[in-house]
Every structure is written in C-alpha cells, then in structure tokens.
Design a protein around this ligand. Structure first.
Ligand code: WTA
Length: 630
C-alpha cells in the first residue's frame, strides 16, 4: 500500500507510513533493483545522531536509473537537451545512449585512477555530460561533489579541499544568455590551492582558448575514445556515500551534506513518481541547475529511476527574450514544468504577450521549489501558465532532506495557493514553540522540525559530525530542525514562512550571512560588516549589508562597486549585496553580539518599532542607522 491515486488513498497511505514506517518503506524499497536485499530496514538515534536505512542491502543506483529500463525502453529518450542558443539543435539521448556514455565516463574515471570512495568534483554547466559525469561516478562508487558552475575560484577550491577531491570534471567554458564564461580559467585559478587534485578532464563546449596543464589536464573527447561502453555497476552498501553537496551554513564555512546510496534512491524514486504522478511518455522539465540538490534529485536521479524523459536546459529564462521558457514548452510539448518562484516573479513582470504568443496546451502540471511562493506569483502562474487547468505542486524540501518532504500530490491534494500542504508519506513534521515544546493541533505557527527519520536524509556533514549534530539536532532535542518557520492552518495545511536562522534565500540560492560578511571584510577599507536579508520583488530576498570602514569613504558608490566585486570574486555573483549602507557602528549587545533583529527591521524599511534597544552597548548608533537607511 504505497501508491496514491486519490486524496483518500493519500490519507490511508500516510497513516500507514506513520504507524508502520518500516513496513511502508520496505514496500517502497522492493520496487527497486537490489543486488542484495537489506537485513534490517532502519536503525536510528537522533541524539547521536545516527540514521541507517536498508542495512546490509547492496545496490547501484545507476542500475535503477539505466539498466533496468534497457529491455523495454532502450530507444526512448532519457535526456532531451535544449541549448542556450535557440538556433543550436537540441539533443536527444536515449536510455541506450545514456547507458553507453555513463559506462564510458565510468571507465574514463577508472583509467585516470579514480576508485570507489574517491571524491570527484564536477564543475560543469547544464550539458548532458554533467549527467553522465554524475552517473559515471555513481557507477563505480566514486563520490560526486557537484559545485554550481556560478561559484568563484575561491569557493570552488574551498569545496574541493574540504572533501579532498582527486579529480575535477569541467568544461572549457559555458554559455549563459549572450555571455561566455571561462570555466577552465576559474578551475585553473582554484587548482593553485588544491593539492589533492591529480586529474582534470575538460569537456569542449565553447571552444574558447584554454590552457592545458601537461599530465594533469585531459580532453574529455580524446579520453572517451580510449574506453569502451561496458562497465559493471559497482555493488554499493546502502550506507556507502553516493554524493556530497555543499550548502551554506550560519558560519562562513559551507557544509558538505553527505547522502548515501540506498535510502536516497528509495526516497527520490518514490517521491518523483508520487508527487508528480508521472505518466508514461510524459516530458518533464525541471529548470533547476545540476549544481543544486533539485538538479541532482529531480533532473537526474528521480526522473531516470522512473524511466521518464527529463529535459535539461542550458540557458536562462530571459534570453533571447522573456518568452524563452514558454517557447521551449511549446517547442518540445512539455507536460510537467517545475521551476522556482524567483523565475516566475521575473517573468510575471514582463509583458504578457511573451506568454501569449506560445501554445502551452501540452502542460499538465506545474511545480515550484526553492523558497516560499507568494500568493500573487502563485495565481499568476496558475492562470497564465497553467490556464487554470494545471495543479501546482509547491514542494518544500532541502539539500539536507535529499527529496520532497511537504508537498501537494498532483491531481490528488486539493490545492491552497502558497501552501506546501501535507507531508509526503513517511515524513513526520512537528511544529515547535520557542520553549522547545511541540505545538499540537491546527491553526498554529512555529518552527518546523521532523521527528522521525526518512530515507533520503543527509547522514552527516562531511568531516564534521559535531557540526551536523549542533546545527540540526541540538536546537530541539531528539528532532531534526529545518531552520524554517511554518504555519499549520485550521485544515492542517502547512505553509512555509521562510528561514528563521542566518540563512537568506536569494533567487532560490541559499546564502549564509556570515559567509557574505567575511567576503565583504576582505576589502581593505572594511573594518566589519553585518548582512541581513530584505524583501525583494524578484529575488524573494535581497542582500543588505551594513559596513563599517576605517575612514569615511570619499566616494561611496565607487566603494560599493568594489565591495560588490570583492564578494563576487570570493563567493560568486549570486552573493553580491543589493544595498550597502556605510555606518560608523553596529548595534551590539554588551557581550558583543550584533542585534540582527534591529538591522532586519531597518532593511525591511520598518523603523517605527525596533523593539527594546536598552541592552545595546551604544543605543545612539541605532538612530544613525535608521536615518541612513537605503
Ligand atoms: C526553502 C532546495 C518554501 C526553505 C530544495 C528551505 C522552500 C530551503 C520551498 C532549502 C518551498 C525550498 N516553500 N520554502 N516549496 N522549497 N524552500 O537546500 O527555506 O537549496 O529550508 O533546497 O529553501 O534550500 P535548498
């Protein structure tokens, strides 16, 4: 009893999944190909914390993504690739071709000394080869660590060093709208500080000039001619590492979330099918980047495990014009379209004619992910893209959770605009008050925790289990703390209200305020800074920086430009502050802690009620900050 077709089914399956979680998940798990069945479903302790699923089981996720489909869908398209430039032909990769390419990549990695357990960094744009790279690692049991190809050289080398990657897979460059990005140049810069990297394999994409380091750098296309397309899938223990994926934390250092093979496979495969109610032959398009968890779980692994056709798009929504998404939907007759609120809001601002000139009648379902979707964007999306016919699945989840946690089920859950609605079967949320007590009943608001393990949860932070415990399992004893706030309305629907910690979500990208502050502080004129989020029409949240300089800046705008460049260079363009206010001091308590609550209020433009400021070391600084607000 795991399949859901009606809302009554959902209620029944959900109840079963909570009353008998092990029976429920083992029923789900039997729908996958295992090399050896598990001996025990679950072992857990949220205090340590330790979680193991499908103990003793052995599998390889790529057999579930590829091999199992070959007898009946070898010639079906697995990946449909649409280039950045609408004039470049699209590419269709069948399941058979995917098999061959993945095995070749796997053999190429082996040829270059990569073995089971080694970490491989993938720094690639949205090309099919990025999916081959991910699956090629999984095929031989190498641990992939994909780094979003918009990160700077510094961010890349930090991530490579944190997990001691042995090899890097990258491209000469990438296309983004009318821009060309010199990825190999960024890799070369990053690799000046990464002693662990022995080999770099470079895919040709933009054909720009690159420097190849003899003995270290190799061309993808030459290496691939040296290997064949036969590579047995490495047997992996359920709890062997599948991948590491970095996400921002409250301190400056990014957290390498560790995902393991068995539980991840089961949760992602099941939730893709259940939430989207994917039907045979449908074309599914998730617009995320492979560099984020959404790309891992719901462009690559989830769709492929279900024998779906997954569209991969290299470009951006606004180029050559603001109708690009809608044109791609029309061109390929997309049935399921899954995107982010920030994209919806930016396209909503363009004239409606960009939508109206395209035939969107192929769409059956819409999805949203990455941040809370505001009601206005929800209604615009529903009316203008879904033509009031398509459900919207507003999927709440995290890099840490691996897969969907709270979401409507397509054509099953009665929708409420801007509500992520109900927990996925097997997921047990608990809403907590500030004293650490669970709030029962409906019509309530608090902090969102999960009180029972689910298969695709991250097992640790790579190399720092203490930080894993402190970040997620110590705020509320015995529970996983998500860092999000939520409401549960009188009908029991969940609505996620956003982060309650020092993470801000800018255009769907998680950024730690501490990480941005330390980048700003690198500028030689800066003494100290404090960063908070503020509501931004398109990005959801923008970055507001309060900056103290050694001396009063002579040219504030010039300095702002330099600070933005510094942040862009150290982290990446996504983290550039939108607003920079120069101040002579920050509101600090007597113990030296910055009262961010006050800065948040100022950034939000609400300076009338700043709450109690009497505990501040120097209450006078608040007036100055208020008066100088941007
Ligand atoms: C936010 C992305 C509201 C949330 C999959 C979460 C959402 C963080 C939603 C994780 C949603 C994601 N509604 N908020 N549907 N989806 N979030 O790790 O704050 O990049 O904690 O994973 O994004 O972001 P991450």
């Amino acid at each position: 009893m795991t399949s859901i077709k009606t809302f009554e089914d959902y209620k029944q399956v959900y109840r079963y999944s909570v009353e008998q979680p092990e029976a429920f998940w083992s029923e789900v798990a039997t729908q996958f190909v295992w090399k050896k069945k598990w001996d025990q479903v679950l072992e857990w302790n949220f205090h340590k914390p330790e979680v193991k699923w499908f103990i003793g089981g052995s599998l390889n996720i790529t057999e579930n993504c590829i091999d199992r489909h070959l007898p009946h869908r070898a010639s079906q398209t697995a990946l449909l690739w649409e280039a950045n430039d609408p004039n470049e032909p699209s590419r269709r990769i069948t399941y058979q071709e995917l098999h061959d390419e993945v095995c070749k990549v796997a053999n190429m990695l082996k040829m270059h000394g990569v073995k089971k357990g080694d970490r491989v960094c993938i720094y690639m744009p949205m090309v099919p080869e990025a999916a081959y790279a991910i699956l090629g690692c999984a095929r031989i049991g190498a641990v992939h660590s994909v780094v979003f190809a918009g990160f700077s050289a510094g961010s890349l080398s930090d991530r490579i060093n944190d997990s001691n990657c042995k090899a890097v897979l990258t491209c000469d460059g990438s296309f983004r709208g009318d821009k060309k990005i010199d990825l190999k140049g960024i890799v070369d810069e990053a690799l000046k500080k990464t002693p662990s990297v022995e080999k770099v394999i470079v895919l040709e994409r933009t054909r720009g000039p690159v420097t190849m380091t003899e003995g270290r750098d190799f061309w993808w296309h030459t290496e691939m001619t040296k290997v064949n397309a036969i590579c047995d899938a490495e047997p992996m223990d359920s709890e062997d590492l599948l991948f590491i994926l970095y996400t921002s934390g409250s301190t400056g250092k990014p957290k390498g979330m560790v995902h393991t093979c068995g539980g991840y496979m089961v949760h992602i495969g099941y939730t893709f099918q259940t939430i989207f109610q994917y039907r045979e032959k449908e074309l599914y398009w998730c617009t995320a980047d492979v560099g984020w968890v959404t790309g891992h779980s719901y462009i690559v692994y989830g769709p492929l495990m279900n024998g779906a056709t997954s569209l991969m798009f290299e470009g951006i929504p606004s180029w050559p014009d603001m109708g690009r998404f809608w044109q791609v939907i029309e061109k390929h007759k997309v049935n399921i379209f899954y995107t982010a609120p920030t994209a919806i809001r930016s396209l909503q601002n363009a004239p409606l004619s960009f939508v109206e000139r395209h035939d969107l009648s192929s769409l059956r379902l819409l999805g949203s992910v990455g941040e809370p979707i505001n009601e206005e964007a929800w209604h615009w999306y529903h009316a203008n893209i879904g033509k009031d016919r398509c459900d919207i699945v507003d999927t709440w989840w995290q890099t840490e959770t691996g897969g969907f946690m709270i979401s409507p089920i397509a054509n099953v859950t009665p929708m409420k605009p801007a509500f992520a609605s109900f927990p996925v079967p097997g997921v047990q949320p608990a809403v907590m008050d500030e004293h650490g007590h669970e709030i029962e009943g409906n019509g309530i608001e608090g902090r969102l925790t999960i009180k029972f393990p689910w298969p695709s949860m991250a097992r640790t932070i790579y190399g720092d289990h203490g930080r894993f415990r402190d970040t997620y399992f110590s705020t509320f004893s015995g529970k996983y703390f998500t860092g999000d706030g939520c409401k549960r309305d009188p009908d029991g629907y969940y609505r996620i209200t956003g982060r309650v910690d020092d993470i801000i979500i800018v255009s769907g990208h998680n950024l730690g305020t501490a990480e941005i502050e330390s980048a700003i502080d690198e500028h030689h004129d800066v003494v100290e800074s404090a960063v908070v989020g503020f509501p931004h029409d398109i990005k959801g949240q923008g970055v507001y920086a309060f900056v103290i300089c050694y001396k009063k800046p002579e040219n504030e705008d010039k300095l702002r430009g330099e600070i933005r460049d510094t942040v862009s260079k150290i982290i990446g363009a996504i983290a550039k502050p939108d607003k920079i206010q120069f101040v002579s001091g920050l509101p600090k308590t007597r113990s030296g802690k910055i009262m961010r609550r006050i800065l948040r209020k100022v950034a939000e433009g609400d300076t009338t009620n700043l709450g109690d400021t009497t505990t501040l070391l120097d209450p006078g600084v608040v007036d100055e900050i208020k008066n100088g607000a941007l």
